[in-house]
Design a protein around this ligand. Structure first.
Ligand SMILES: [Fe+2]
Length: 409
C-alpha cells in the first residue's frame, strides 16, 4: 500500500462524494476518548522560520493557528521593574519579622516568582527557566537539599547571607554569581544582621518537561553545629577563587568534580567585584557590535559554559553605547546590575535601570542602548548551552545598513 494520494476519475452522474474532513472529524469524536487525534489539518510547525522573517520587528515567533498549535506556548518579551517588585519583597520581610511563623515554614522560601505572560501562568520566565527572587531575613535557613535542576543565585543586595555548596561557604555580595550545579548539596541562610535579596535562576521547567524534576531534602550529614539542615563548612569562603581565580591557571591536585552530577561546573562562586574589574579592564576594546564588552562565565575545568543547559554572561555598555540588533534561537533573561537605558525586544521598548529585569524570547530582534552618563552592566542567563548541545543554536545580527548577517549558522 502506498501512502501517496491517488486521484481517481469521478464516475459521471455519481452522487457527490462525502466530505472527507467532516468524516474524519467524526472519527475524532471517538478517537479522543482513546487519547488519539486523527490528523485532519496541516501539521504545521508552530512558528514561521525565524531566519527568513526579516520583514518586521515582531513578526518572528508568532504562533500558528488550529488544533496543532492550540496548546503551544510562546515566551513573550517582558519586564519586571525593581520599583514594582522591590516593595513586594519589603512587605514579605515585614510579615516575616512579625508573623507567628516564618513563611519559610509553609512556603519553603520567602520569594516571589516571575511568570511570563505568554506561558499561561506557569512558574517560568521562558520555556526552560524559572526565576525566583528571594529575601532572607536575619536568622533564616533554607535546609540542605539536592536536586536535578541546575540553579544559581545572582546577588542583588550589597552583602549578607550565604550559600554552602558541597561544603564550600560562599558569602554573598552584590554582583556575585553562586551556582549550584545539579547533584550538589546546598543550603542557604542569613547569619548577618540585615536582609539579603538574590535572584534564583533554575532550569526547572526544562527538568519538568523532561519528567526529570526531583528534590531530595534528606541530608544525612552531621551539619554545622550538629544541625543537619546546614552543611558543615569544609572550604572557607573564597575557595573557588583560590582554586580558579587566576585566569589561565588550573590546579592539578583536585578532581574539579563537585557533587555527583555529570560535568558539573567546577567553580561555584564568581565574585561580582572581579566581574566588574574584568569588564572595566576591557573598556577600551572595541567589543562586540551586538553585545558590547561581554564576558562569559565559564567552567574553568573545561573552558565551556557554566552549565550544560544555562549560559551566563556579563556585559558592559559604555555611556551612549548602542548595540546593533541581534536574535538567537535561545531565550535570554537579563538583569540590570548598573546603569540605565533601554532595550528593544521584538519591537517593544523597555526602559530599564538598576535591578530591573527583561526577558528576551528566542527568535526576536533585540538591541540595547545605554542612555545614562555612566556604565551599564547587564547580567544575562540564557538557554544557549542547551541549544548548542542539541545542535540548535543559531544567531543573526543586522549590520549598520540593516543587512542581515548570519553570526552562527
Ligand atoms: Fe536548591
Amino acid at each position: 500500500m502506498t501512502i501517496a494520494a491517488v486521484k481517481q476519475a469521478k464516475p459521471a452522474g455519481a452522487a457527490p462524494p462525502p466530505k472527507a474532513r467532516q468524516l474524519m472529524e467524526e472519527l475524532n469524536a471517538n478517537a479522543a476518548k482513546l487519547n488519539i487525534w486523527v490528523r485532519t489539518e496541516l501539521n504545521a510547525p508552530a512558528q514561521r522560520p525565524w531566519f527568513k522573517d526579516t520583514g518586521g520587528e515582531s513578526g518572528a515567533g508568532q504562533l500558528a493557528r488550529g488544533r496543532v498549535a492550540a496548546n503551544q506556548l510562546k515566551t513573550l518579551p517582558c519586564r519586571w521593574q525593581w520599583k514594582d517588585y522591590g516593595p513586594l519583597l519589603e512587605r514579605i520581610e515585614a510579615i516575616a519579622r512579625r508573623a507567628d511563623v516564618s513563611p519559610i515554614e509553609f512556603a519553603d522560601r520567602q520569594s516571589i516568582l516571575l511568570t511570563n505572560p505568554g506561558l499561561g501562568g506557569r512558574l517560568q520566565v521562558t520555556t526552560t527557566m524559572r526565576t525566583a527572587i528571594s529575601i532572607y531575613t536575619p536568622g533564616d535557613v533554607a535546609p540542605a537539599h539536592i536536586h536535578s535542576a541546575n540553579a544559581s543565585r545572582t546577588i542583588l543586595s550589597e552583602y549578607g547571607g550565604y550559600t554552602n555548596v558541597e561544603g564550600e561557604r560562599c558569602e554573598a555580595r552584590r554582583g556575585d554569581l553562586i551556582v549550584t550545579p545539579n547533584g550538589t548539596w546546598h543550603d542557604h541562610g542569613n547569619d548577618s544582621s540585615s536582609s539579603v535579596i538574590w535572584i534564583d535562576m533554575l532550569d526547572w521547567p526544562l527538568m519538568e518537561f523532561l519528567d526529570c524534576a526531583w528534590v531530595d531534602m534528606d541530608y544525612q550529614g552531621a551539619g554545622e553545629g550538629g544541625n543537619a539542615n546546614i552543611q558543615k563548612t569544609v572550604h572557607a569562603d573564597g575557595y573557588s577563587r583560590r582554586l580558579y581565580g587566576h585566569g589561565g591557571l588550573k590546579p592539578t591536585f583536585v578532581s574539579h568534580r563537585r557533587g555527583w552530577g555529570q560535568n558539573p561546573d567546577a567553580m561555584i562562586h564568581y565574585r561580582g567585584v572581579e566581574v566588574r574589574e574584568a569588564l572595566h579592564g576591557l573598556r577600551r576594546e572595541k567589543g562586540s557590535p551586538y553585545e558590547g564588552i561581554q564576558l562569559q562565565f565559564v567552567n574553568p575545568a573545561t573552558g565551556g559554559p557554566v552549565g550544560s543547559t544555562l549560559n551566563y554572561a556579563a556585559q558592559l555598555l559604555r555611556s551612549g553605547e548602542e548595540t546593533l540588533p541581534m536574535r538567537e534561537t535561545c531565550s535570554t533573561f537579563m538583569v540590570v546590575m548598573e546603569g540605565q537605558g533601554y532595550s528593544e525586544v521584538g519591537g517593544q521598548r523597555f526602559e530599564w535601570e538598576k535591578n530591573d529585569i527583561v526577558v528576551m524570547p528566542n527568535f526576536l530582534w533585540r538591541h540595547h542602548v545605554n542612555t545614562g552618563n555612566g556604565d551599564a552592566v547587564l547580567y544575562t542567563t540564557s538557554d544557549a548551552s542547551l541549544m548548542q548541545n542539541i545542535g540548535q543554536y543559531r544567531a543573526q545580527g543586522k549590520a549598520v545598513d540593516g543587512r542581515v548577517v548570519n553570526l552562527v549558522e
